[in-house]
Design a protein around this ligand. Structure first.
Ligand code: AMP
Length: 396
């Protein structure tokens, strides 16, 4: 990675503003149900504490619409952080108001202040320069460690860097970029990508970019049916994007030209309705009967995919192989998760549903890297420059 990181600058005694990603899921009582993002932010925060910085943390949580709303308060995050960091964390009751300013001014070396949810100000998502400038007052140094929002040009993720000369990456962002960037730039081969999920249209850029890098591309999920149509197959009632059939043809051609092995499902689990208990059967992919829809890859496809994964040295996976929310149609997604867990390759999961599947199955510790950002990792795999990273200082 060619960006400066928190290790490259002297933080001792300095005010350091850190953009973290504390957008954690909560139950209706405000209990955090998955604290992975908080844990992911700890290495940077602990480093700054040990190196005697005065630390101001900021993050968004959910999508508040009208200023302060208690259910989007970062108070539960502050409480958990305080437990994890031996009581050195306080919460400001506003973002750029009097309370935040007074508490920030009182910070001693090694102490941490968490600002309230930056999205309590609508200026955050508009990347409003005046708001970014106010935020910038909290730091002589800016550290962006929120990979999950690095693809958004918001005030706290990008704009603020215009007003703080020293802007660097935190450990989480550098780890994400090193591992995913390394896989894309200098992959150990065979390099295999597995893509699934709902729509081809969401992943056109990713397929295009990956076709220039991988040895094999495995496509499952609803996305696959648009490719089946492009090959003249019958898809019954399966989810397809008719306006993307020509594009699918082009992508198939590009794979052939670049000698990329592009594997589509050879069989599918089809259902007579879109629900968890629908009747189902396994049919050949090109022959889905009228009135039936594909909701998962079939057993032969799962085996084919597992065999390719077994021989790979680098694997990147994004998107489920079927409607994995329904137990009955989660088998293909589980099989791919298991194949990754068993593999000795460098295995990378691009966040979102595939990450959830691997975690649910208890395979997370067998995966080399599970990205903390679904959208951000997709844009990165697409080869796009992420605004939250572009503005950080380059290494000399
Ligand atoms: P994405 O966000 O694009 O990764 O898509 C994830 C969604 O795709 C999940 O909610 C899945 O239920 C859905 N999905 C995957 N396969 C199918 C399928 N065969 N039919 C309908 N939806 C699907």
């Amino acid at each position: 990675m060619n960006k400066l990181t928190v290790k490259d600058v002297d933080v001792s005694g300095k005010k350091v503003l850190v953009r973290a990603d504390f957008n954690v899921p909560q139950d209706e009582n405000g209990n955090i149900t998955d604290e992975n993002r908080i844990i992911g932010a700890l290495p940077t925060i602990k480093y700054l504490i040990e190196h005697k910085a005065k630390i101001v943390l900021c993050s968004h949580l959910g999508r508040p619409k009208n200023g302060f709303e208690p259910k989007y308060s970062l108070a539960p995050v502050a409480k958990r952080l305080n437990e994890l960091l031996d009581g050195c964390v306080t919460l400001a009751h506003d973002v750029i108001g009097e309370d935040a300013k007074a508490k920030a001014a009182a910070l001693k070396e090694g102490q941490v202040l968490l600002l309230e949810n930056v999205r309590f100000h609508k200026e955050e998502e508009k990347n409003d320069p005046a708001f970014a400038k106010e935020l910038a007052q909290f730091g002589e140094i800016y550290v962006n460690d929120a990979f999950g929002t690095a693809h958004r040009a918001h005030a706290s993720t990008a704009g603020v860097a215009d007003y703080i000369k020293t802007s660097v990456a935190g450990f989480l962002i550098s780890k994400e970029l090193d591992i995913m960037g390394g896989a894309l730039e200098e992959p150990k081969r065979p390099f295999v990508a597995i893509l699934g999920g709902a729509k081809v249209s969401d992943k056109i850029g990713v397929i295009n970019n990956l076709l220039e890098k991988v040895d094999s591309l495995l496509i499952g999920g609803a996305m696959a049916y648009t490719f089946v149509l492009a090959q003249g197959g019958k898809v019954g009632n399966s989810k397809v994007e008719l306006d993307k059939v020509d594009l699918a043809k082009e992508l198939l051609k590009k794979a052939q030209e670049r000698k990329v092995q592009l594997l589509l499902p050879v069989d599918n689990v089809v259902a007579n309705d879109f629900n968890a208990n629908a009747d189902s059967q396994v049919v050949e992919s090109m022959k889905i009967p009228d009135g039936w829809q594909g909701l998962d890859i079939g057993p032969k496809t799962a085996e084919n995919f597992a065999n390719v994964i077994k021989n790979a040295k680098t694997v990147i996976w994004n998107g489920p192989m079927g409607v994995f929310e329904f137990e009955k149609f989660a088998v293909g997604t589980k099989a791919v998760a298991q194949a990754l867990a068993k593999s000795n390759a460098i295995t990378i999961i691009g966040g979102g549903d595939s990450a959830a599947a691997v975690e649910q199955l208890g395979f997370a510790d067998k995966i080399t890297h599970i990205s903390t950002g679904g959208g951000a990792s997709l844009e990165f795999l697409e080869g796009l420059e992420l605004p939250g990273i572009a503005r950080l200082n380059d290494k000399k």
